[in-house]
Structure formats: structure tokens, C-alpha cells
Design a protein around this ligand. Structure first.
Ligand code: HEM
Length: 415
């Protein structure tokens, strides 16, 4: 009997890689964790430092797509579906950080990005078709064939980057290569994977590298896009909080020209951080996760969940529990005020899950969300649309028919 859990995504060796995000098991999971530690180290030293502060001026501005928003607004379309635009933006910036590749996908069609979006849509669709959980049946369907084609395209892209990088590395001393990359602030995830070794000193195979890189691409784009879209929605619904965030950013950047966010600024935006957290509580991008009990689990009321059972854990439910969160439907950033810490369990707020399998990319995601919101609020006023969106939980939390908001450019003086 196929299980209604994410395990059905184990699609067989050659189709599975992009979906290992959701099922990185055993060795691969351990590897990904170790790599993330290395990555985080390099991240802090090199890549993320250059993420909001790139070597080429306005790199991040370009990857944010805000220039596009400004153009669309000047052309008169001030009403935008946030999911559509922000998903392209998160894919664009991830492609840059993982592969150092400029797809320019926000301005022109990109085959690779289209394939990732198609795979995400196909996985969601398949989730609702229980008979298609069997790979054998699925690959006989038109969707199954489209899935394979899109998988091939994504794999080919990653393989080509890996091969090109291997050639560069073969022609250069590793130390020189790293020094040059560090100097130009262009160390990316592929570099780290190529240079990484396991505990026995063995380098990663091309397949391992591909799986890890694809995992980051899939795990990082939709989730962050959902987090950002709902954060903008909540700020649009609460102009007083939006204005306070804008003021915080303006004060921070008041003596700077151009007004660009730098790495150290991210710790100087306490109210914006509170607003992001409250939005992740009210609209968690991942609403549900599952865990298999590796031992009997005793509940407070004496009942026991036997070992071997798969449990669905509702992040959405935990975040809306009225005994922990009074008036749970109210958007109130002060719940996360570090000045008046609440007596809550650390497990009352788990947008990135918890425990050993929590989100690898949470620091990256929080940084990206702060930069995007800060730079957006500096340039635009965000207003709610006429119709109230309805939450639509799929693999991530979406809104039925898209999440539409209106944008107004701020006057030069306000900036
Ligand atoms: C707001 C943004 C994000 C949210 C809310 C989020 C949420 C989550 C959650 C809840 C899990 C746990 C899934 C489970 O327990 O079954 C998870 C896992 C994961 N996330 Fe994220 N995520 C975000 C952004 C990112 C980014 C930007 C990346 C990569 C660049 C990433 C990579 C991963 C990976 C690789 C895993 C699997 C970890 C493992 O199984 O050990 N995520 N994420």
C-alpha cells in the first residue's frame, strides 16, 4: 500500500535526485549535514558576505527583481502576484549562490528555471493522485514523461557546471583556485562540494554533488518565496508595522549611498526580524512534516505512540495553538520581542522544524528574507489587494489563485 507521506517521492535512482531534499536518507543526509557545517563556515567567510554585498555593484539588486517591479509599476501594473515574482527571484538568487550562474530568469525565460517550476507543480499534482504513487504507472502517463524530461534537463545543467568546474580545478592548484575565488568573493556551493572529502578522505562523486546541489535548489526556492510573500502580505495588512520596519531600515542606512544592505546590518534589524518571525508563525511555509517513531513515545495523557508509527506533525496547528498563542489569528510581532521574552517551549515555534533533521538552509533563508524585505520596503509601499487571499496548503503554503498585493513606489524623498 503506498503511504501518504513524502516517502513516495523515492522515485528510483535516476529520477530521485531532485527530490532528495525531502528524503535525504542515511548517508546522504549525514553528508549533507557535514557539508552544511563546512558551507556555513565558508558562507560566513565568503559567499554570504558577498551575497548582499556582491563584487559587482547592484548584483543583488538585479537578483531581487525590484528593478523589474519598478518598471512594471511605471507601466501601470501595480497589482502583482507575489508568489509568481518572488519564486523567480529566489530561484535566481539560489542559482547564483549554488552555481554562480546568472540566469536572468526574472527578465527572460530560462529553460532550467522553467523545469524546476514544472517539477514542483508535477510533484504537487501527483501528491493528489494516489494511484500514481507507483512509479511504474506514473511514468506511463504524460505527466510522468514530462517529469522525466524536466529531471533530465535539471540534471544536465548541474552536470555541465560540475564538468566545467572540474576542468578549471584540474588546470589550477587547489589553493590558488580557492584564494582567487575568495578574493573575488565568488566561492559557491559547487566549489565546496568539489573540494569536500568524506571522513575517509574520499572526494564526492559527480552524482553526489549533483544530488546535493539540486536538493538546495528545490529546498530553498518555494519555501523562501512562500515566507516572503506572506510576510509582505502581513505587512500590507498592517501599515503601522510596515512603516516601523521601513523606518528601521531607513535609519540604519541613513548615511549611506548607495543604500545597500551589508552582512553586518542583518543583526541590526530587530523589528523587521520580529515581523518575519510572526509571519512564519501565522503563515508557516511548511505546514506539516512527518516523522517515524524510532521508539515508543509516551504522551502526557498516558497514551503511547508505538515504535514504527509514522506521525504527521502539524506545524500550522502548533503555531495556532490558543493555549500557547493567545488570539492565534492576530498578527502581533511583539510576541517575538527579545526584550520581553515569553515563557514558551522552544518547540512552540518551529517553522524550520526541529531536531536533527531541521532545515539546513534556515540561516540562509532568514538572511535572504531580511535583505529582500528591507530593500523592498525602502523602495515601495505594499498595500493589500481588494480580495482577501485564502490559504492553500500544498507542499508549501500558497494562496488560492496567487497572493496578490499592490505596490506603490515611495517618493525619492522617502527613500
Ligand atoms: C523560509 C524558508 C524555509 C522554510 C520555512 C524551510 C522549512 C524547512 C522544514 C520545515 C524542513 C524540515 C522538513 C522535515 O522535517 O521533514 C526543512 C528541511 C530542509 N530544508 Fe528548508 N526551509 C526554508 C528554506 C530553505 C533553504 C533556503 C534551503 C537551502 C538553501 C533549505 C534546505 C533544506 C534542506 C536541504 C532540508 C532537509 C534537511 C534534512 O532532511 O536533514 N531550506 N526546511
Amino acid at each position: 500500500m503506498p503511504q501518504l507521506s513524502l516517502s513516495w517521492l523515492g522515485l528510483g535512482p535516476w529520477a530521485a535526485s531532485p527530490w532528495q531534499l525531502l528524503l535525504l536518507a542515511g548517508a546522504s543526509w549525514f553528508l549533507a549535514r557535514s557539508l552544511t557545517k563546512i558551507y556555513t563556515f565558508y558562507d560566513n567567510c565568503y559567499r554570504l558576505r558577498c551575497f548582499p554585498q556582491p563584487p559587482r555593484r547592484n548584483w543583488f539588486w538585479g537578483h531581487l527583481g525590484l528593478a523589474k517591479w519598478q518598471r512594471l509599476i511605471s507601466e501601470g501594473s501595480a497589482r502583482l502576484d507575489m508568489f509568481e515574482h518572488i519564486s523567480l527571484m529566489t530561484l535566481d538568487s539560489l542559482q547564483k549562490c549554488v552555481f554562480s550562474f546568472d540566469s536572468n530568469c526574472q527578465e527572460q525565460p530560462s529553460e532550467y528555471i522553467a523545469a524546476i517550476l514544472e517539477l514542483s507543480a508535477l510533484v504537487t499534482k501527483r501528491h493528489h493522485q494516489i494511484f500514481l504513487y507507483w512509479d511504474f504507472l506514473y511514468y506511463l502517463t504524460p505527466d510522468g514523461r514530462r517529469f522525466r524530461r524536466a529531471c533530465d534537463l535539471v540534471h544536465d545543467f548541474t552536470d555541465a557546471v560540475i564538468q566545467e568546474r572540474r576542468c578549471t580545478l584540474a588546470a589550477q592548484d587547489v589553493d590558488d583556485f580557492l584564494k582567487a575565488k575568495a578574493k573575488s568573493k565568488t566561492v559557491d556551493f559547487i566549489d565546496l562540494l568539489l573540494l569536500s572529502k568524506d571522513e575517509n578522505g574520499k572526494k564526492l562523486s559527480d552524482e553526489d554533488i549533483r544530488a546535493e546541489a539540486d536538493t538546495f535548489m528545490f529546498g530553498g526556492h518555494d519555501t523562501t518565496a512562500s515566507g516572503l510573500s506572506w510576510a509582505l502580505y502581513n505587512l500590507a495588512r498592517h501599515p503601522e508595522y510596515q512603516e516601523r520596519c521601513r523606518k528601521e531600515v531607513q535609519d540604519l542606512l541613513s548615511n549611506r549611498d548607495p543604500k545597500e544592505i551589508e552582512w553586518d546590518d542583518l543583526a541590526q534589524l530587530p523589528f523587521l526580524t520580529m515581523c518575519i518571525k510572526e509571519s512564519l508563525r501565522l503563515h508557516p511555509p511548511v505546514t506539516i512534516i512527518s516523522r517515524c517513531c524510532t521508539r515508543d513515545v509516551a504522551l502526557p495523557d498516558g497514551r503511547v505512540i508505538p515504535k514504527g508509527n509514522v506521525c504527521a506533525i502539524s506545524i500550522f496547528g502548533i503555531h495556532h495553538n490558543p493555549s500557547v498563542w493567545p488570539d492565534p489569528e492576530v498578527y502581533d510581532p511583539s510576541r517575538f520581542d527579545p526584550e520581553s521574552p515569553q515563557k514558551r517551549s522552544p518547540l512552540a515555534f518551529i517553522p524550520f522544524s526541529a531536531g536533527p533533521r531541521n532545515c539546513i538552509g534556515q540561516t540562509f533563508a532568514m538572511s535572504e528574507m531580511k535583505v529582500v524585505l528591507a530593500l523592498t520596503l525602502l523602495r515601495f509601499r505594499v498595500l493589500p489587494d481588494d480580495t482577501e487571499p485564502r490559504r492553500k496548503p500544498e507542499l508549501i503554503l500558497r494562496a488560492e489563485g496567487g497572493l496578490w498585493l499592490r505596490l506603490e513606489p515611495l517618493s525619492a524623498g522617502a527613500e
